[in-house]
Design a binder for this molecule. Sequence first.
Ligand code: C2E
Ligand code: CA
Ligand code: CA
Ligand code: CA
Length: 273
Amino acid sequence: SKDTGKNRLTLFDESMQQEISRHSEIIEILRHAIENNEIYLVYQPQYDLALERIIGFEALMRIKNPTLGNLSPTEFIPIAEESGMINDLGSWALKEACRFNKHLQNNGFPFCTVAVNISTIQLNQKGFVTLVVDILKETGLSPQYLELEITESAIASSIRDAVSILEELQSIGIRISLDDFGTGYSSLNYLTQMPINTLKIDKAFIDKINLNKKDNYVAEAIISLAHNLEVKVVAEGVEDSNQLNLLKEKNCDLIQGYLYSKPLEPDDLIHIL
Ligand code: C2E
Ligand code: CA
Ligand code: CA
Ligand code: CA
């Protein structure tokens, strides 16, 4: 009847209204996250299967707000990107990650690489290379201990621009990692054209390991292709020992996932280094 239709419309309006207000609340939180100390980084270890030790860790952004509690980056990063605030938040994260890694090195911990996620918007911002160089200077971290994680979307907009920016970063000694490999349209294409040091096999592939023999062949093929291109392979989201065993057998270089460790707060990372 007409009545039910009207009620549905009201419900729809309300849930949409709630979404809009959460969205604008998050924008407000992001705007002040740095000055309010509501933003911080956690670090997930990357374990080297041949060396049998941690050789790096990925910095992952977190926001804790008194009213909304813990926000997931899967929710706030897209909002930061569309509102343009990702540049400021991303610079903050880059500097904090470099500062923390240098701090570890200064305190006698084994030298590790810190991997920082770089949004396409950041990579394409004017003066990005200078920004990175300045942060390295300011924090004193050597470029070889910094890895920038980029995704295919960084490349898709303009492959020539991306190549020249990434080559410039590599020439300084910074490492480049291709994140979420296998989820996009033209991964294989980018793999041969992009100056990268590391390839991260997306969790979606790792999840399928041992469920289906064909998927194991895909994982194996990605690893050997990467090795032929002299690129290191990180398996993302490794959760069980069956996956680990197959990855070991196929000569995957590094694993990152809950099986080894969840992302850790700085003090907890220090304890396992
Ligand atoms: P990502 O770069 O692919 O990061 C890996 C995500 O997988 C992280 O989620 C990590 O906690 C999660 N993960 C790792 N191992 C496992 C596992 O074994 N099982 C499961 N279920 N999950 C695992 P997180 O921290 O929620 O980050 C989500 C995404 O948000 C990241 O995906 C990245 O795209 C984005 N992000 C996080 N921090 C930053 C940042 O500082 N800058 C930018 N631009 N993006 C960020
Ligand atoms: Ca990443
Ligand atoms: Ca990833
Ligand atoms: Ca991802």
